[in-house]
Ligand binder design. Structure first.
Ligand SMILES: [Zn+2]
Ligand SMILES: [Zn+2]
Length: 143
Protein backbone atom coordinates (compact mmCIF):
# COMPACT_ATOMS: atom_id res chain seq x y z
CA UNK A 1 0.00 0.00 0.00
CA UNK A 2 1.47 3.30 -1.08
CA UNK A 3 0.63 6.51 0.66
CA UNK A 4 0.81 9.68 -1.42
CA UNK A 5 1.98 12.88 0.22
CA UNK A 6 2.78 16.38 -0.94
CA UNK A 7 6.46 17.20 -0.66
CA UNK A 8 7.01 19.80 2.03
CA UNK A 9 9.52 21.60 -0.18
CA UNK A 10 8.32 21.48 -3.79
CA UNK A 11 4.71 20.45 -3.23
CA UNK A 12 4.90 17.53 -5.66
CA UNK A 13 3.04 14.31 -4.84
CA UNK A 14 5.28 11.39 -3.99
CA UNK A 15 4.90 7.95 -2.46
CA UNK A 16 5.62 8.34 1.21
CA UNK A 17 7.70 5.57 2.75
CA UNK A 18 8.35 7.14 6.16
CA UNK A 19 10.71 9.73 7.57
CA UNK A 20 10.43 13.38 6.56
CA UNK A 21 7.69 14.63 4.20
CA UNK A 22 10.14 15.39 1.43
CA UNK A 23 10.14 13.81 -2.05
CA UNK A 24 13.17 11.78 -3.17
CA UNK A 25 14.34 14.53 -5.55
CA UNK A 26 14.34 17.17 -2.81
CA UNK A 27 15.92 14.71 -0.42
CA UNK A 28 18.76 14.10 -2.89
CA UNK A 29 19.22 17.84 -3.31
CA UNK A 30 19.25 18.31 0.45
CA UNK A 31 21.75 15.49 0.89
CA UNK A 32 24.00 16.91 -1.86
CA UNK A 33 23.96 20.29 -0.09
CA UNK A 34 24.77 18.66 3.20
CA UNK A 35 27.67 16.71 1.69
CA UNK A 36 28.97 19.89 0.03
CA UNK A 37 28.95 21.73 3.37
CA UNK A 38 30.60 18.78 5.08
CA UNK A 39 33.33 18.62 2.43
CA UNK A 40 33.88 22.37 2.63
CA UNK A 41 34.20 22.20 6.41
CA UNK A 42 36.70 19.36 6.12
CA UNK A 43 38.83 21.46 3.81
CA UNK A 44 38.26 24.68 5.74
CA UNK A 45 38.03 23.79 9.42
CA UNK A 46 36.56 26.56 11.53
CA UNK A 47 34.75 28.23 8.63
CA UNK A 48 31.92 30.49 9.71
CA UNK A 49 28.30 30.28 8.60
CA UNK A 50 28.54 33.35 6.33
CA UNK A 51 31.76 31.99 4.79
CA UNK A 52 30.10 28.66 3.99
CA UNK A 53 27.05 30.50 2.70
CA UNK A 54 28.92 32.76 0.28
CA UNK A 55 31.46 30.14 -0.84
CA UNK A 56 28.84 27.49 -1.61
CA UNK A 57 25.97 29.81 -2.51
CA UNK A 58 23.72 28.30 0.16
CA UNK A 59 21.37 30.53 2.15
CA UNK A 60 22.30 31.05 5.79
CA UNK A 61 18.86 29.89 6.92
CA UNK A 62 19.32 26.58 5.10
CA UNK A 63 22.70 26.08 6.76
CA UNK A 64 21.14 26.84 10.14
CA UNK A 65 18.47 24.25 9.45
CA UNK A 66 21.19 21.62 9.05
CA UNK A 67 22.70 22.84 12.32
CA UNK A 68 19.36 22.54 14.09
CA UNK A 69 18.99 19.00 12.82
CA UNK A 70 22.16 18.33 14.79
CA UNK A 71 23.98 17.14 11.69
CA UNK A 72 26.58 19.91 11.49
CA UNK A 73 28.58 22.09 13.80
CA UNK A 74 29.63 25.47 12.47
CA UNK A 75 30.83 28.49 14.37
CA UNK A 76 29.30 31.92 13.77
CA UNK A 77 31.02 34.97 12.32
CA UNK A 78 32.50 36.32 15.54
CA UNK A 79 33.79 32.90 16.62
CA UNK A 80 30.60 32.34 18.60
CA UNK A 81 28.37 29.38 17.85
CA UNK A 82 25.85 30.30 15.16
CA UNK A 83 22.78 28.99 16.94
CA UNK A 84 21.10 29.97 20.18
CA UNK A 85 19.31 27.70 22.59
CA UNK A 86 15.56 27.98 21.97
CA UNK A 87 14.93 27.83 25.70
CA UNK A 88 17.53 30.09 27.39
CA UNK A 89 19.18 31.89 24.47
CA UNK A 90 22.67 30.61 25.18
CA UNK A 91 24.91 30.18 22.11
CA UNK A 92 25.08 26.57 20.97
CA UNK A 93 26.90 24.75 18.20
CA UNK A 94 24.31 22.23 17.15
CA UNK A 95 20.75 21.09 17.81
CA UNK A 96 17.98 23.23 19.33
CA UNK A 97 18.85 23.43 23.02
CA UNK A 98 22.03 23.81 25.08
CA UNK A 99 23.30 20.90 27.15
CA UNK A 100 21.81 22.31 30.36
CA UNK A 101 18.36 22.79 28.84
CA UNK A 102 18.51 19.38 27.19
CA UNK A 103 19.12 17.89 30.62
CA UNK A 104 16.42 20.03 32.26
CA UNK A 105 13.89 19.15 29.59
CA UNK A 106 14.57 15.47 30.22
CA UNK A 107 14.15 15.97 33.97
CA UNK A 108 10.92 17.96 33.45
CA UNK A 109 9.56 15.22 31.22
CA UNK A 110 10.39 12.66 33.88
CA UNK A 111 8.71 14.79 36.55
CA UNK A 112 5.58 15.16 34.44
CA UNK A 113 5.48 11.40 34.04
CA UNK A 114 5.97 10.95 37.78
CA UNK A 115 3.15 13.41 38.55
CA UNK A 116 0.87 11.55 36.21
CA UNK A 117 1.81 8.38 37.93
CA UNK A 118 1.06 9.80 41.39
CA UNK A 119 -2.35 11.10 40.23
CA UNK A 120 -3.28 7.93 38.48
CA UNK A 121 -2.29 5.57 41.25
CA UNK A 122 -3.57 7.89 43.99
CA UNK A 123 -6.91 6.10 44.21
CA UNK A 124 -5.35 2.75 44.95
CA UNK A 125 -2.13 3.63 46.67
CA UNK A 126 -1.16 5.59 49.79
CA UNK A 127 0.09 8.91 48.42
CA UNK A 128 2.51 9.50 51.33
CA UNK A 129 4.59 6.51 50.37
CA UNK A 130 5.03 7.77 46.84
CA UNK A 131 5.91 11.29 47.96
CA UNK A 132 8.45 10.13 50.52
CA UNK A 133 10.08 7.99 47.91
CA UNK A 134 10.34 10.98 45.54
CA UNK A 135 11.82 13.26 48.23
CA UNK A 136 14.47 10.75 49.17
CA UNK A 137 15.28 10.29 45.54
CA UNK A 138 15.82 14.03 44.98
CA UNK A 139 18.00 14.34 48.11
CA UNK A 140 20.26 11.63 46.76
CA UNK A 141 20.64 13.47 43.45
CA UNK A 142 21.57 16.74 45.16
CA UNK A 143 24.50 15.28 47.07
ZN1 LIG B 1 10.09 17.81 -3.44
ZN1 LIG C 1 19.57 26.51 27.12
Amino acid sequence: MVELKNCKKCGKLFSYIGGSFICPACKDEEEALFQAIKKYLRENPGASVSQVSSELGIGIERIKKFLKDGRLEIIGDDGQPALICERCGKPIKTGRFCEDCNRNITIELLRTTEKWDVNNTNKNRDRGVGMRYLTDDFKKKEK
